[in-house]
Ligand binder design. Sequence first.
Ligand SMILES: Nc1ncnc2c1ncn2[C@@H]1O[C@H](COP(=O)(O)OP(=O)(O)OP(=O)(O)O)[C@@H](O)[C@H]1O
Ligand SMILES: [Mg+2]
Length: 212
Amino acid sequence: MTGKFISLEGGEGSGKSTAIVCIQRWLDAENIDYIMTREPGGTVLAEEIRGLILASRDEAVDDMTELLLMFAARAQHMSQKIRPALEQGLWVISDRFIDSSFVYQGRARGGDTEKLNTLTEWVVGDNKPDATLLLDVPVDIGMQRVADRKNADRLDKESIEFHEKVRQGFLEQADLEPERIKVIDASQPLEQVSAQIVTQLDALKTAWKRGV
Ligand SMILES: Nc1ncnc2c1ncn2[C@@H]1O[C@H](COP(=O)(O)OP(=O)(O)OP(=O)(O)O)[C@@H](O)[C@H]1O
Ligand SMILES: [Mg+2]
């Protein structure tokens, strides 16, 4: 039996890393075996590539370079960690995955969606997430939540307009694939956000049990 693959998506400060804790509690209570991972990264080599992508540097980073580094990290992550875990029947929870590429490198930076589709087909193949929880929050709230972070990385430092494009981009992704991408109102207090997440997880578990 193959495991289930759930990704978490959303802009900076939307609460993805916080949501992971809530999901972990639910999985433990349900006695489901799982791994937690993140993108870019997830393996030693992929984390090294993450460092290259996110480092603030004087040299301009070409959009194509950023995109290909993301997919290089993803190829490693898929083959060394995600696929083996799914084949063992584990659930895989990833903090960010392909939708972040479609939004950051695609919609926000004007990247070619066709190329992204081709790369996704190549690198991810049949292992697209079974479900995606999109944490949606107005840009100013997300920014406020991470304002006191000292080590802002290259993508954190983008303009408000860029982050606005990111938010709209994620919502457009959800419109394209409403079956897979569940939008969570992440502007609410943590308790309510956690409750929405648990409701979604319960519904997914029921649907998957029925083989939907
Ligand atoms: N619903 C919420 N209400 C208020 N504060 C929250 C909520 N969710 C998360 N936070 C706080 O906001 C900050 C950012 O949350 P978190 O690190 O989970 O975001 P993230 O989506 O992982 O961000 P990044 O994309 O930068 O990794 C944290 O300090 C967290 O405690
Ligand atoms: Mg995070």
